[in-house]
Write a new protein. Sequence first.
Lengths: 508, 126
Amino acid sequence: MAEKGKMSIDHLGGVVRLREEHEKVVKDCESRIQHWEKISGDYEALNERLHTLPDQLSYDIMVPFGPLAFMPGKLVHTNEVTALLGDNWFARCSAKQAQKLVAHRMKYVKKELDELSLTVKNFESRVSFAKDWETMSARKGEYVDIREDMGHPDDPVAKAKHRVAHKPNSMPKVDAVLDLREPGGEQGGEGEGEGGDKCVMTEEELWARLDELEKLEALQDEQDRLSDNADMNGEDTSSLSSEEEKEGDQARPADDPILKPSWASGPESKTLVSASRQEQQEEEDDDDNEEEEGSSLPTIYFSHTVEPKKVRINTGKNTMLKFSERKEQKEHSKKKKKNGHANGHAHAHHDFHKITTPADIYRLFVDVKNGEPFPRKSILKSRSRENSVCSDTSESSAADFEERRAFGRGFSHDDGATTHSDTSDGVTEEDSPTAVPLHPASRFEAFSGTVVEKDPMPTTVPHLTIAPPALPTILERRQEEVAPDAAPPPQQAPKRVSKFKAARMQQK
Amino acid sequence: MAEAIQKKMKAELDKYTQMQKDVSKSMSARQKLETQVTENNIVKEELDLLDSTNTVYKLIGPVLVKQDLDEAKATVTKRLEYINGEIQRYETLLKDMEKKSEQHREVLSSLQQEFQKAQGMAVGKA
């Protein structure tokens, strides 16, 4: 308020000064106007005199004789006038001509007068404005200058204050993820608990949860491995493990903001994953990496009973690739054995990182879910897949479906083409045409509502966006998953039922 | 230190005032010329009004000297041109003077600041 008052005082001073200056100008103008008006009067009188002078031939006048005396005299040659033209120039002319001269001068005078009066008008208006302003600043007059205080810069903006984008101690993404899942309503106690708790959970709690899930996944991996090795057709186990993994992964996406994206860790984790197939040591790293990767994407695992780990990937327009994960694992393990445990990862890493064909890129940069490399969307054309072992399957509906397809396309290049051996570059010496590290795309068929029961391996769902549509199959699956998830891991050891099977059973 | 600055300031101030005077002189001269211009314009116009029948005189000192109308006209025209030229010259002169005075002003202000600093220091020392 003090500042305001000071400002107004300054304003007042400035306004007062302005007004004074204006008034000065006005006064000056007025004096000039007076001067000119006087001159104008003089000329008027002169005009009159010139008009009357030639009336008489001579006039009797008292002629001034010096400064103090007069003497009688006569004024003759009344018509002859010597007029001063200006600048020491004289002209002898008749009275009439003199009159003309006078008229001309009068014009000039009048012009000057008009100009001055205009100036005076302008300045008078300015003066009145300044006066009003003065009264306003002094707050004496009726008109008040409307002013709004901007407020102190220290105080937060009102809007920002009231609106809180995120609640404190809450993970926005976590909430979003959980909210998505909750409407599905399949998560059961655990999921809901997560959703409910996570709003309040602190980071530390989240990390604790993360650790839990890591352990879960480790167990899952073990089981997967066991089931993979022992039972090629053990889709039940895989389905179970996939369910668990899915749960873990779904929980993990909540940690998205914490963990780096999967693709970044893809190549590394992949190699690590492959290396750890047979080794327990790297399990945790594996899990970590897998977790990291998994956490970037929620995973929905399908397991089907029919085919032994052979994946049908929709790799193009109505083309599918068969993918055998078992073979891929074999490749990995063999490679690891060859390269030795110690340098396993490194070599594998290097081998993997050798890129000679575009397909190598897709081979390399895969997301690893549960130890399985998860292919990414490929820009390679599907034409290269024509030679591959493909079969028509359902149409694609989701974007992920496209991804799988695209990725499959990339791998089809490996598959059918003769360059397959090139791409396998030290990766797989015993590469078989069908050994493609792809994930079944039929999962997406499930998303779209069609069920393909030839999905062997648990695979990951790339995007959370798939989940929301909440198609019946997914719901059912999730319900199934929820049930086993709720149960502790040991309970999952017993018989696993294919999700689709279970769904069908339920439907029946 | 302060004294030296003070001396400098005085010298600078004198220069500045001198400059200001010159500027004002030029200004007044220019104004005179302006009036002369207007006057001569009027004379020219009035001479145009007159015809050759009436004689024109020029006042030289206390003597009125007869002048031919045309000559008078020519003379007035020439004078007019001369005056305009003078005005131009004075204008340029005025500009230069303004610039110089500006420079002097700046120097003066800087000197003033130094002086104040020195004074402040002197006060501090004392």
